[in-house]
Design a protein around this ligand. Structure first.
Ligand SMILES: [Zn+2]
Length: 304
């Protein structure tokens, strides 16, 4: 995927005006929450360049004694590779970076270094300046920021990754779901993440929230997307169970074409509208197959 250094401020489509939505091309949305006490950056985009623009959008609000806070929803590159602006030798506006206690180790994995090196080589104009900067204020459970007029509840919502957090802002009945839900569906990093991801979706949909914003979905997706994601996993679970009843073996090898043996085409598991059909082919083929495979692995554990 080709990346861009552009970060656009999105026109308000009905959410509370204290939330600003920033968009980095087709990749990711990040958020600025302006409360009485704090200006909170929810994620730092892909590199120092995009994070600088985010900081510029935040700057006019850093008045009246408001302090800057930074949150990482999780440690994936499109959410935290702009961190270096806020901590360490490269910091231009030092601020606490709040993130899961599980996140820092992810920056230290050899695979993470390899990945960064590869990205620097492929797109030097985008990733050339990135310096790994893990979050500095580590949280483990629910964490609450009292912004005065707005409360930001950071809720552990593992599944997509084990270090994933979503935000709930009760005063304005708003959820920032990050990657806990996506269009067409969120992906668990490991098969074990699948049941966790479904639990997180259930927890988010149970919140009294009218407005839900995501990092990888249209800003108009609304709360309905949580329901659609839940329905998607329910649909593949039902079809997997049906296939097992029909005698499908749980010991599937790598070669098995799960889309052929479990009767669950992508189209039947998602709403029948253009938005859902016009997704990248990956989501209908390999991505969908990996979800079915993870579901079968989960069901196999249940049987044992
Ligand atoms: Zn993401």
């Amino acid at each position: 995927m080709a990346h861009t250094n552009e970060l656009q401020l999105i026109e308000n489509r009905g959410w509370d005006e204290r939330i600003l939505v920033c968009r980095n091309g087709k990749l990711v949305d990040t958020f600025i929450v302006v409360s009485e006490r704090f200006v909170v950056l929810v994620d730092t985009v892909i590199n120092p360049h995009t994070a600088t623009q985010m900081l510029e959008y935040a700057q006019p609000h850093l008045a009246n004694g408001r302090q800057l806070l930074v949150i990482n929803t999780h440690a994936d590159y499109d959410h935290c590779w702009g961190n270096q602006l806020f901590a360490g030798e490269t910091a231009v506006h030092p601020a606490p970076i709040i993130g899961s206690h599980l996140s820092p180790a992810k920056f230290q994995q050899p695979e993470a270094e390899t990945y960064l090196a590869k990205m620097k080589e492929l797109e030097p104009e985008i990733f050339g300046d990135v310096i790994f900067t893990p979050p500095t204020m580590l949280i483990q459970d629910k964490f609450v920021i009292n912004g005065g007029d707005l409360t930001l509840e950071l809720l552990p919502t593992p599944g997509h990754t084990d270090d994933h957090y979503s935000l709930f802002l009760p005063e304005i009945e708003t959820v920032l779901a990050a990657d806990a839900a996506e269009l067409p569906y969120p992906m668990a990093r490991t098969p074990d993440g699948l049941p966790q991801m479904r639990e997180s979706l259930a927890a988010l949909v149970a919140l009294p929230a009218e407005m839900v914003l995501y990092c990888h979905a249209p800003v108009t997706a609304g709360r309905q997307l949580l329901l659609d994601n839940i329905a998607y996993f329910n649909a593949i679970e039902a079809q997997c169970r049906a296939a097992l009843k029909q005698g499908l073996s749980l010991e599937l090898d790598e070669e098995t074409d799960v889309l052929a043996v479990v009767d669950c085409p992508y189209e039947t598991a998602v709403p029948n509208t253009e938005k859902w059909q016009n997704v990248h082919d990956y989501y209908k083929t390999a991505g969908h197959a990996s979800q079915i495979r993870a579901m079968l692995q989960w069901l196999a554990k249940e049987v044992r």
